[in-house]
Unconditional design. Structure first.
Length: 141
């Protein structure tokens, strides 16, 4: 896999840092930001939004994807995620599955506020993703 260039990587990380500042995390204090770039070059930011009923919490990654989908974008190239943690964070299982629905080989750029960065692809983080190929119904394919 050929990754996006360093300049675009830096831009996505900066956009994710900015999105992180808008996070609503009154329960955990763990603010996360994401920046998703589409094939057309548009960038969509997202931040985590917590809820007292934790199951209703929405992660930054899914907010960014939802914003892109709502704007008619479905071809995703790369996603940067930034959190204030000792090591770069990693998308949770639900986010990995959600991302795999649209871009099984999505480039992931994971960073923290200290400048540490980890890069990979979604299929490395979720190698056996559940997808439409598992359904028996022909119309689902």
């Amino acid at each position: 896999m050929v990754f996006i260039d360093e300049e675009l990587t830096r831009r996505l990380l900066e956009e994710a840092k900015e999105a992180r500042l808008k996070a609503y995390a009154p329960y955990s204090g763990y603010q996360v930001g994401a920046a998703l770039i589409t094939k057309s070059g548009r960038i969509f930011g997202g931040c985590n939004i917590e809820n007292a009923s934790y199951g209703a919490t929405i992660c930054a990654e899914r907010v960014a994807v939802a914003r892109a989908i709502a704007e008619g974008e479905k071809d995703f190239v790369a996603l940067a995620v930034v959190a204030d943690s000792p090591e770069p964070g990693s998308p949770c299982g639900i986010c990995r599955q959600f991302l795999a629905e649209f871009a099984p080989r999505l480039q992931l750029i994971l960073g923290n506020l200290d400048g540490k960065v980890r890069r990979g692809s979604l299929d490395e983080y979720l190698p056996y993703a559940f997808n439409k190929d598992y359904f028996c119904a022909e119309e689902a394919k």
